[in-house]
Design a protein around this ligand. Structure first.
Ligand code: PLP
Length: 414
């Protein structure tokens, strides 16, 4: 499935945007389901003991979390807040993977009681867990997040337990001091390198480490984290320096070493995709407010803003289409190229550089591939964060309303 937005008309979207300061996210939940299916099929062809942890941080829209749960995915959470969202949506504790670099004592106690799996990130956290298990009667399920020394294009990750510094070994010793701590497996995650070859190196190294720790029978699980690329349009794909891998490429790269070591029925293999399942699930719709010339450059000033769709500024021009306002004759449109700018007062708020389609005041722009790290990191900066509408089989449904100023102010004392 592509991320084309050709199915909407200007007439249909215009009244929705008028209610919400000119901007909204559009969710295609059926694409989320089909991405999950495609990922499962790619891996299960090779290896049946396969599970997906849905990365809540990437987009915790309750409707998406609910679908993930219905599809049998774990909830992969990295905070007490995300843990509470999962519990509130009916996810049982044993279906929650609790990751992240810090967890409070109360959050850990809740995870222990609910039989969630806690992946430990540091020696200090291993000590925190060991201390808390002294007051906890039952068994506690843990994994170790490994900081794999795999030369990530000369970058060093700050997450996980380093093999090189000896902290991985130290954490093992700390956990070994308590007999109600059950070490179930190993975890790793980085998005420094999304190539399929890098996933092959990750799983090979995880297997080597787990052979040293667990011996012949292996661990209960091996978790290679997220960072996978997912389905995307050719327009986006062509902007990558090397072609992004497909789910099939990842499955072959990860499952081959796993099968070589364990046969087809080894440890549970877990992946934790965010962007790979979500990229094409959201679009961002907003309006052209003014078209202006500064020096020799043309700008379309819009009711959108880049901070709603890019958590980290980058050079990608996300695929964008223009729905022409019926009120403007075609010969009044600025013929390309224009930079599409946001409503903020920030110079760097450019949504698209060198947009090549004719635009005019009143047109609606739709930027696609914005499902990951958009809604969840969209601040109330200058305007409150946009609403989310689901578009499914020609019907619109509000999945998150626009935060009114009355509700926004409720949280403050004054
Ligand atoms: C532990 C962990 N798992 C999964 C993810 C999801 O990563 P991505 O959205 O790149 O797939 C992240 C993202 O930071 C993460 O920290």
């Amino acid at each position: 499935m592509t991320d084309s937005s050709a199915q909407y008309s200007w007439m249909e979207l215009s009244p929705l945007l008028e209610q919400s300061e000119g901007a909204a996210f559009i969710a295609h939940t059926e694409r989320f389901r089909s991405n999950i299916e495609a990922l499962k099929q790619a891996f299960e062809k090779h290896y049946s003991n396969f599970s997906i942890g849905y990365s809540y941080k990437t987009n915790h829209l309750p409707e998406l979390c609910k679908i993930a749960h219905q599809e049998g995915l774990y909830a992969e959470v990295v905070s007490g807040s995300e843990y509470s969202i999962a519990k509130t949506l009916g996810v049982t504790g044993d279906r929650i993977l609790f990751n992240g670099p810090t967890k409070s004592n109360d959050e850990l106690r809740a995870a222990f009681v609910n039989q969630s799996l806690v992946n430990i990130d540091s020696v200090s956290e291993a000590r925190q867990v060991a201390r808390l298990t002294e007051e906890f009667g039952g068994d506690v399920r843990v994994g170790l997040r490994c900081n794999l020394d795999l030369n990530w294009k000369d970058r060093i990750s700050r997450f996980g337990l380093s093999e090189e510094s000896g902290e991985l070994q130290l954490a093992l010793e700390v956990l070994g001091s308590r007999n109600n701590i059950v070490l179930e497996g190993l975890h790793c995650h980085t998005s420094f390198d999304r190539s399929a070859a890098s996933y092959s190196r990750r799983i090979v190294r995880l297997i080597e480490i787990s052979d040293q720790i667990f011996g012949g029978n292996g661990p209960r699980f091996l978790d290679v984290g997220g960072g996978l690329c997912g389905p995307m349009s050719d327009e986006l794909r062509n902007q990558f320096f090397t072609p992004p891998p497909t789910f099939d490429d990842y499955a072959a790269a990860i499952c081959t070493p796993l099968i070589e070591r364990y046969g087809s029925a080894g440890p549970e293999l877990i992946v934790e995709p965010g962007v790979g399942l979500l990229g094409n699930v959201f679009e961002y719709a907003y309006c052209v407010e003014h078209v202006k010339k500064t020096g020799s450059d043309w700008f379309a000033v819009t009711s959108g803003a880049s901070h709603h769709i890019k958590i980290v500024p980058n050079d990608f021009n996300l695929p964008t289409t223009c729905l022409r306002s019926p009120d403007v004759p075609d010969d009044e449109r600025r013929m390309a190229p224009v930079d599409i700018a946001g409503y903020t007062c920030l110079e760097h708020d450019i949504i698209y550089h060198g947009f090549e389609q004719p635009v005019a005041k009143g047109d609606i722009l739709i930027t696609s591939s914005v499902g990951a790290y958009s809604m969840v990191s969209s601040p109330d900066f200058i305007r409150t964060s946009p609403p989310v509408y689901e578009y499914r089989s020609g019907e619109w449904r509000t999945l998150r309303g626009k935060l009114s100023i009355r509700d926004y102010l409720k949280n403050f004392s004054w």
